[in-house]
Design a protein around this ligand. Structure first.
Ligand code: PEP
Ligand code: MG
Length: 512
């Protein structure tokens, strides 16, 4: 298995494989007085702005209409009289030219972001314009990008930088900030560049790390193992040849694992029959306060409306100990502390708001069949508690994930299955906890799920669920491994859920 898997919001379709090239857009603004004196400052700034305008005009040539419109709009922003007034004011107050530009653009960006979410994304564009003008003013050399294929890993990449990247050997983009609706995301989609924005933990990637950028599931696999590379290389070929295959007649539902509603279209294009795991973490991780009911309803509604007449299994927040959130209380220490359902129990308002948001979204979008499940259930009592809470909000199909060996005992399983509507096996965690290995290091490989200790548990869960007539799915990475998938189907699993990009390859193998 890869050294680590980072998640974000995938943009567009496609997969990129390549080494990381780290890049920072943060510019140091000089405090030195202007060499030619402040009277010449305005002249220098005007020349720098004119240079950026020319660059934008050039970049807008030869790109699609939507991208050209974005670049044109940015160019027009530069001639906004209030920006020039802000610059003059700051020069008159004694600022050097770089400080005057930085202050005026930051002021304009701040005014924009106070207008709401839509304008906040535009504010980032204005800041990038300011950075670009400062770069020209300082005579700083432009970054030399590698000649060999590379995946750019950056804190932020604005539309101007995006247009500069076209024509380089870039194959994928990983950005720690931004949103799936930003101008950068639109340009990336137009350029068919596999991109993931809002990637949590992107700073952990080191230059030269081998990356798989899977924009269909919003996952970045850092230093993947050979099996994963082979699977994704295969998927790249499938994307290029855009073979549309269907899993209808395989006797098992084939679902997609998603981390953001922005991945819905590509999942459908890859033939997903529904969503088997919607990881809701992205809404929470990296946030300073708990996402509001409204924010959550919007995101879940976007997803449900994209999957009309299909099933969507949403998982409530699954926390991981290494990512404490400022607005959450940590649980006591102990096995599985601060993970999954146990962590949610220590933060009941967060769980209740999420259940309410899911129930409300489902009411707005009855066209999709919403199922809801809890992660990392460690006792049958927890399963009962979750089911009763979720049903209290009017959610009709409620299940739990089977991810720890303690709940794979026959008696515990029987108790759990008597209260839930379905179960889903999380093979990633079940493998690490059964074998006592750490998933965050590369000691686990995708095929470890087939080690007898783990496989016995999986077979038992499937058999007990099947005997009780309850749906049982697999939503860990192992679902994408053809040998394991065949075994799971043989045991009687009702669904397999995996990265959408890997669906065509799996379907093809299963059909043969
Ligand atoms: C799993 O553990 O297999 C799973 C699907 O959950 P996650 O990878 O999000 O922990
Ligand atoms: Mg898990």
């Amino acid at each position: 298995m890869s050294e680590r898997v980072l998640v974000g919001a995938g943009v567009g379709t496609g997969i990129a494989i390549g080494p990381a090239f780290k890049y920072t857009t943060a510019r140091r603004v000089s405090w030195d007085s202007d060499k030619a004196g402040s009277s010449r400052g305005l002249l220098a700034i005007s020349a720098a702005i004119a240079q950026v305008e020319t660059d934008l005009t050039d970049s807008a040539k030869g790109v699609d209409e939507e991208s050209a419109d974005i670049l044109d709009a940015l160019r027009l922003t530069l001639s906004d009289p209030s920006l020039l007034a802000g610059i003059k004011e700051r020069l008159a107050d004694g600022a050097n030219s770089q400080r005057a530009v930085a202050g005026a653009f930051a002021g304009a960006a701040k005014a924009l972001s106070s207008l709401g979410e839509y304008f906040a994304a535009r504010a980032a564009d204005v800041e990038e314009l300011g950075d670009r003008v400062i770069q020209v003013l300082s005579g700083e050399h432009e970054t030399q990008f590698p000649n060999e294929p590379f995946v750019l890993v950056a804190d932020s990449v604005g539309p101007i930088e995006m247009s500069r990247l076209q024509g380089t050997a870039i194959v994928g983009l990983v950005i720690s900030s931004g949103s799936a609706t930003s101008h950068t995301a639109i340009l990336a989609r137009a350029a068919n560049l596999p991109t993931i924005v809002s990637v949590l933990g992107a700073e952990l990637i080191k230059g030269g790390d081998q990356l798989i950028v899977d924009s269909s599931s919003g996952q970045v696999l850092v230093n993947p193992d050979e099996l994963e590379i082979a699977q994704y290389e295969d998927a790249v070929v499938k994307v290029i040849t855009s073979v549309v295959v269907s899993g209808q007649d395989l006797g098992v539902e084939l679902y997609a694992n998603l981390g953001s509603s922005s991945e819905a279209d590509s999942a459908l294009a890859f033939g997903a029959q529904g969503v088997g795991l919607f990881r809701t973490e992205l809404l929470f991780l990296g946030a300073k306060k708990s996402p509001s009911l409204r924010e959550q309803v919007l995101e879940y509604s976007r997803l449900l409306s994209a999957f009309a007449n299909k099933r969507v299994i949403a998982r409530v927040l699954d926390l991981d100990t290494d990512k404490p959130l400022p607005f959450l209380t940590l649980t006591e220490s102990g096995k599985y502390a601060n993970r999954g359902f146990q962590a949610l129990l220590a933060n009941p308002v967060v769980l209740e708001t999420q259940l309410e948001a899911l129930a409300e979204s489902s009411k707005h979008h009855p066209e999709a069949e919403l199922w809801v499940m809890a992660p990392m259930i460690t006792t049958s009592e927890q399963a009962k508690q979750f089911v009763s809470m979720a049903k209290g909000y009017g959610l009709t199909k409620v299940g739990v994930m089977i991810e720890v060996p303690e709940v794979c005992r026959e008696d515990v399983l029987a108790e759990i299955l008597s209260v839930v509507d379905f179960v889903s096996i999380g093979t990633n965690d079940l493998t690490q906890y059964t074998l006592g290995l750490d998933r965050a290091n590369s000691a686990i490989s995708l095929s470890d799920v087939r080690r007898p200790e783990v496989l016995t548990l999986i077979e038992r869960v499937i058999t007990v669920a099947k005997n009780l007539g309850k749906p049982v799915g697999i939503c860990g990475e192992a679902a994408s491994d053809p040998i394991s998938a065949k075994l799971f189907i043989h045991y009687g699993v009702t669904s397999l859920s995996l990265s959408p990009a890997l669906l065509p390859g799996l379907i093809r193998t299963l059909k043969n």
